[in-house]
Ligand binder design. Sequence first.
Ligand code: XMP
Length: 513
Amino acid sequence: MNGQHILILDFGGQYNQLIARRVRECNVYCEVKPFDKVSLDFIREDKPSGIIFTGGPNSVYAEGAPSVPRELFEMGIPVLGICYGSQLMAHVLGGEVSTCVTSEYGKTETEYDKDCPLFASQELPRKAVSWMSHTDYISKLPKGFKKSAQTWNCPFAGMYCEERKLYAVQFHPEVNHTEHGITMIDNFVKKVCGCTGDWTMENYAETAIKDIREKVGSGKVLLALSGGVDSSVLAALLSKAIGRQLTCIFVDHGFMRKNEGDEVEAAFKDWDINFVRVNAKDRFMDRLRGVSEPEAKRKIIGEEFIRVFEAEAKKIGRVDFLAQGTIYPDVIESGSGDAAVIKSHHNVGGLPDYVDFKEIIEPLRMLFKDETRKLGQELGLSDTLVWRQPFPGPGLAIRIIGEITDDKLEILKDADWIFREEIAKAGLDRALNQYFAVLTNNRSVGVMGDFRTYDYTLALRAVETTDFMTAEFSRIPYGVLEVCSRRIVNEVKNINRVVYDITTKPPATIEWE
Ligand code: XMP
């Protein structure tokens, strides 16, 4: 590819995406590729400014362990090996790797050689904490290498060969626990690789708009707009690029949060695009009557969504491109590195393959979530859209346990609104990754004034997570929970009890259905 960039070779480490995000935080573009999909010819063609090897679960001596040819180190391209990547560099270049008597895991005091360009910055002290997670270690340096870091348990926690621009660290500079880790990465990509750091969302928007115009020409583009961050930012980008050649279809199934359908419409309806809102609540409710099993609910909503979208798309006739809000984590997780990705968590029902179109376009596919948000800001989207928390395609339908009725939907919308309002008042809205109310199907006895009540229990859920694959429940201050509970039981009819979900994922999921 053209321009400065770092190629990240993925050896299966758990922090591969984190490394990429850190490089991008240095305003340097990078791409993550599975190590076995990258040949020397690819590298020659790609001309990266530098290569980073990620960590990985293997031992370099294990049969079939991931490796790279020795020639890779002779191409004059700077390389930084991290954890397994560092051991691999040592192993391939004739050093030795051994198994630790005790594995090193966690925060570890580390001594750095300030002559090594990675650690030369003034703010980086000679001794600081690094994050270790390994069972093997480099026990003998390859010829021409010098030690650059050490811990009590690891004689070569870092090594380098300045002339050949080869660097390796046993610890994880990408993890926040490594003090000044980002400075080390910045030093590698800028001082060693010579990148200038011109990857910004402002530049990205400009290039992306130009590329979209070139690709689309005078063609028509269709986008299913859910109001979520990815599809909203995509709509903003496409509208800037091609204006009225874009049609956005927003299927409002009626299970959005309070006022949200109107907010999405208000955000987009005055733009220079074709914006279609389909109010389909009745259709969805009809099909869901009497259904209480979670998977059955999801399936019905998914199918109905597709039908509504299809009917609307047919009115437009043939479109040339279908736009998808795929973002980079979806691409990396698919393991493909480049093939078109069908978004597994696509709004509800998967790819609408019945729509007649020529090609899929995914202009956000190289962006991380935080970059997508920045791009949204750059394009002038409101904070409400840019900072919207993740919301499942089936919406509140899977936050009402059991059968969905109009009454239950209204109860949940009101309660959820109060919860969100109080979280925002407490200044916690950006600290929590997801927070919402669930209307349980449980009813219990209470007392209101002089009367006995027999009403619903509402559950509040708030989680902190980086990847949504695992999650911690949030330690919301009791004071905030108390206000939420008091307001909800007072202001929302038919709720007489509020509970807070203190389960982690796993074993629980984030959603209740
Ligand atoms: P779970 O409940 O599986 O949720 O722990 C993980 C994340 O995925 C979201 N989620 C969905 N997102 N369509 C989506 O686009 C869906 O059908 C769906 N179901 C769950 C959930 O809100 C959480 O962020």
